[in-house]
Design a protein around this ligand. Sequence first.
Ligand SMILES: N[C@@H](CCC(=O)N[C@@H](CS)C(=O)NCC(=O)O)C(=O)O
Length: 206
Amino acid sequence: MLRIWGRINSVNVKKPVWAAEELGIPFERIDAGMQYGMVDTPEYRAMNPNGRVPVLDDEGFVLWESNAMVRYLARRYGLGTLCPRDERACADADRWMDWCATTLAGSFRNVFWGMVRTAPEKRDTKAIEESRLATAALLELPEAVLAQRPYIAGESFSMGDIPLGCYVHLWLAMPIERPAHPHLSAWHARLSARPAFQKAVNTPLS
Ligand SMILES: N[C@@H](CCC(=O)N[C@@H](CS)C(=O)NCC(=O)O)C(=O)O
């Protein structure tokens, strides 16, 4: 059976869990990371030498890096659905997944950690504000794309929507000021209507 290690309040754990739910693959999720520990044990480090969550094990095939997991599940179990068959549509989905990992994640980190994981008296308000403004500006990019099409890589839902959907859900759930992004919000509402999203992504923030 497919196994995924990681606490569900991690943005990176949500990604493969959402993909597995979308694909209807039976899987077991084992809590690990932060308050659950386990990530420093030799057994866990043998699966992921980074000591981070998530880790995936599909019948003995062990993988770390959440976007790689989403791509693996999509290619193996969702070719033509989560993973577009058309090479250009697939590259478009890949592009947004990479953008989340290389660009959005870094700008998002301080506002998320500051507002969700840090006690009010310990917050670095300058770092939070810089991160909030940088993230709001970056989200103009998918906002412009989603003005033209219903999903980030085209006419249908794909793996490209998964990492971005996880970040945007947290962005919209945080107690912060946000500029209006009407197309991003409408897309988030479309994602929220998916049962798999409700199970994997719409969970308590902490
Ligand atoms: N690039 C990695 C990042 C993994 C990562 O940083 N995970 C965080 C949670 S989002 C983590 O393991 N934090 C420490 C912990 O939960 O103990 C991925 O996408 O899988």
